[in-house]
Design a protein around this ligand. Structure first.
Ligand code: ADP
Ligand code: ZN
Ligand code: ZN
Length: 733
């Protein structure tokens, strides 16, 4: 068929495709689905993806514009991946163009050439070298680039050029057009280790888990439910080994914070194959390169964070998602997908086993085990002989605290340090103190833009809002009454660090939180210092709690366990339990017995009682029963329509109209609650409200969302607010 029309997914929030004529002389069907095209869009040019072919356009022929340029010979999205993202865009009711764009490395998103041969290295051709000896006098930037490339000898990569001063893209094009460049390609993957180490011999439970995974024919979903330190990673490594032996690829997703150099080293030391790593620390060209090596099949193992769920793989054999309970697998803005659910679906469509691993499985996954959708594989003991830590609650009521810690905790710290142990204190609150208060009149500094108080950051002499980033100098006197008696109240990690330094001047104290690790690479250095045991006292937020292996830690102190007991979100108790079990799991991972002390004002709380019995499973069962009784997820499906505006009436009015529209659709089985204010109603100067849609069945909910969004698009009030739809939200407060 000559002619025809290309239906293009363009990265805009509009949930529709746009029609274009194929470029001169080509038939639409010559441009495969999943191919990038540059298209005129309004007054701009955007990079879109061909999503369908059609015989004729939906707009009148005269207004139909042509594709400006076809950017790929081979589609960047193979059919399997394109269809997966198309499904996900439908499920999350998001624009396909934006969803596809989210899945692409930034350089491809911007329309640059994808080259599966690896990273381009720019050097000089023979004529180029001659030109370098006699540089063009009237093109100083070209001359400078010539000189730079001549000096570099082996050539420079895009990343190296990026690090140079000035804009080199134009001169580079000029040199290429003159035939002065020689472009070679090199794999961006480090070569695999020449020899690998053997892992420990799997124990019985590990054996059973490995056998179950490798025996799966076609899709099967597993929940590898193994206590901290039980050797889940060993199971992954062996299962991956079996997949590699069949010449297939493995994809491993981990939370951002879990993707440490140690983890990658461990994989490299065990698997003698090229491994691509995709994480947020990569620059654009490194990311593109890792992505392409996965797509070309050169990388046999791909390790990445959330968005790596969308990596193209020509020969996939196994999908793994570690720490499956982790909230970072759900994207919280734009295309709000769950990488866990996407990966399960991808495995099902491709007919592959998918392994979700955790010491503290999400209630969703436990529910799926109960419904027979996931097969549970248990690792009930710590591998290598380490024992489960001993847990105790410290009743904080009527205790005189020093620096926020009970006397018994101070004594225990001293004892463990004395016995050459390492101590980890967990406090999920950064800064010096959560509030500053005037002793004379009770004034507390509010954030001018949020319904929140400013947090004291003593070291920088600042007050900061942890919600909008507002900051100001620490006042010397109360602006209300002039008193100079301003007291920081409560504990933050910065204050705790200071207390520890005062009390233990001879010990190295290391704080790990978002403030102390802002500089690129700082987190990895800090984790290394913690792991090596050089720092004896570790203080940190949840950054310190997740998945790390600190062999010397013998004492874990949880400074405040009460935060999660009475949180606004219905998931707060689940989160807190997971957090405590995960932090506690840092204790006694090697040969020495670990001890965990948990400070609380509610020691009789059943949740804490189950936790200290080292019985997450029983606790999760109780929480799941509560969810069932209240018909909360996973026993029902939620979707949240959020709206925010500078004027609170505008946000509320929009949601009221939206609710009326939904009611008019008359779809049974979906209840709509709200509009209700968000837990923090004003944030960064905007008033935030939400509508909660709840349904025991997904089908009517999605039927409603489909019809509803089309109607909302034509509501004038929609254009006055910032809104978003979150399907399966993980935060609803
Ligand atoms: P997890 O991923 O469950 O936290 P890891 O796989 O990191 O656990 O294992 C924890 C520690 O136990 C590691 O040092 C690992 O080498 C060791 N280990 C794992 N399996 C065994 C085993 N079967 N025998 C001896 N040591 C083991
Ligand atoms: Zn005052
Ligand atoms: Zn604020």
């Amino acid at each position: 068929m000559a002619g025809g029309v290309l239906r293009v997914a363009v990265p805009t929030p509009l949930r529709k495709l746009f029609d274009y004529r194929p470029p001169d002389g080509r038939a639409a069907t010559d441009v495969a689905i999943g191919t990038r095209v540059r298209v005129p869009f309004g007054r701009r040019h955007l990079v879109g993806i061909v999503a369908a072919h059609a015989g004729h356009a939906e707009v009148e022929g005269g207004r139909l514009k042509s594709v400006q340029e076809v950017l790929d010979d081979v589609p960047v999205f193979p059919p399997e991946l394109f269809e997966l993202i198309d499904w996900a865009a439908g499920y999350y009711h998001h624009s396909l163009g934006e969803a596809l764009s989210t899945a692409l490395p930034a350089l491809l998103r911007r329309g640059e050439a994808g080259d599966a041969r690896g990273e381009a290295i720019y050097g000089l051709s023979a004529t180029g070298r001659a030109a370098a000896a006699d540089p063009p006098a009237r093109a100083p930037r070209q001359a400078a680039l010539l000189a730079r490339l001549a000096e570099a000898g082996e050539g420079l990569s895009r990343a190296q050029l990026d690090a140079e001063e000035g804009d080199w893209a134009g001169p580079l094009r000029a040199l290429r057009d003159k035939g002065w460049l020689a472009v070679t390609h090199r794999s961006c993957l480090p070569p695999p280790a020449a020899s690998t180490v053997d892992g420990p011999e799997p124990n019985g439970e590990q054996h059973a888990a490995i056998a179950a995974i490798t025996a799966a024919h076609g899709y099967q979903g597993f929940l590898l439910d193994g206590v901290t330190g039980s050797g889940k990673t060993e199971v992954y490594l062996r299962a991956i080994g079996a997949v590699l032996a069949q010449d297939r690829q493995a994809l491993v997703l981990v939370p951002e914070i879990g993707l440490t150099p140690q983890l990658v080293e461990r994989f490299r030391a065990r698997l003698a194959v090229p491994i691509a790593v995709l994480h947020s620390g990569l620059n654009d060209s490194e990311r593109l390169c890792a992505w392409q090596q996965a797509a070309s099949g050169e990388a046999r193992v791909v390790i990445g964070t959330r968005s790596a769920a969308f990596t193209p793989l020509p020969a996939p054999g196994l999908f793994i998602l570690d720490e499956e309970h982790d909230a970072s697998f759900k994207q919280q803005d734009g295309f709000r997908y769950s990488a866990r659910d996407v990966l399960l679906l991808r495995g099902r469509r491709l007919g592959l086993p998918v392994v979700l691993g955790s010491a503290t499985p999400s209630l969703e996954s436990l529910h799926n085990v109960a419904r027979g959708r996931l097969t549970r594989l248990r690792l009930s003991v710590r591998a290598g002989g380490a024992r489960a830590p001993r847990m105790r609650l410290l009743d904080m009521r009527a205790r005189t605290l020093r620096g926020g810690l009970a006397p018994l905790l101070w004594e225990s710290i001293e004892k463990h340090l004395g016995e050459d142990g390492q101590v980890l204190l967990f406090l999920n609150r950064r800064g010096y103190a959560p509030v500053l208060s005037c002793h004379d009149c009770g004034w507390l500094p509010p954030c001018p833009r949020c319904d929140a108080h400013l947090v004291v950051h003593q070291r920088d002499n600042r007050l900061r809002c942890h919600h909008c980033g507002h900051e100001q100098a620490l006042p010397r006197a109360c602006p209300d009454c002039g008193s100079e008696r301003l007291q920081p109240l409560g504990q933050g990690t910065e204050r705790l660090e200071q207390e520890l330094r005062k009390r233990f001047p001879d010990q190295t104290v290391l704080r790990i939180d978002r403030d102390s690790t802002r500089r690129k690479g700082a987190l990895h250095e800090a984790l290394e210092e913690a792991r090596s045991g050089r720092a004896r006292l570790l203080v940190g937020t949840q950054m310190l709690a997740k998945g790390h292996h600190f062999p010397d830690v013998t004492l874990v102190g949880i400074v405040d366990a009460d935060g999660g007991l009475f949180g606004a979100d219905f998931r707060a108790p689940e989160r807190m339990a997971q957090q405590i079990v995960q932090v506690a799991g840092r204790a006694g991972r090697a040969t020495r017995l670990g001890e965990v002390l948990i400070q609380t004002h509610s020691p009789e709380h059943p949740l804490l009682q189950s936790l200290i019995g080292n019985d997450y499973a029983r606790l999760a069962e109780a929480l799941l029963a509560e969810r069932g009784a209240a018909m909360l997820p996973p026993f029902s499906a939620f979707a949240l329509l959020r709206a925010e505006a500078h004027d609170s009436h505008i946000a509320q009015n929009f949601l009221r109209s939206a609710k009326r529209e939904a009611d008019r659709l008359g779809i049974a089985g979906v209840s709509i609650l709200g509009p209700a204010p968000a837990a923090m109603t004003r944030r960064a100067g905007r008033h935030r409200f939400q509508l909660l849609l709840q349904s025991t069945d997904r089908a009517p909910l999605h039927r409603l969302l489909d019809a509803w969004l089309k109607r909302l698009d034509s509501l004038p009030s929609m254009r006055k607010v910032r809104w978003s739809l979150d399907v399966d939200p993980i935060e609803v407060s």
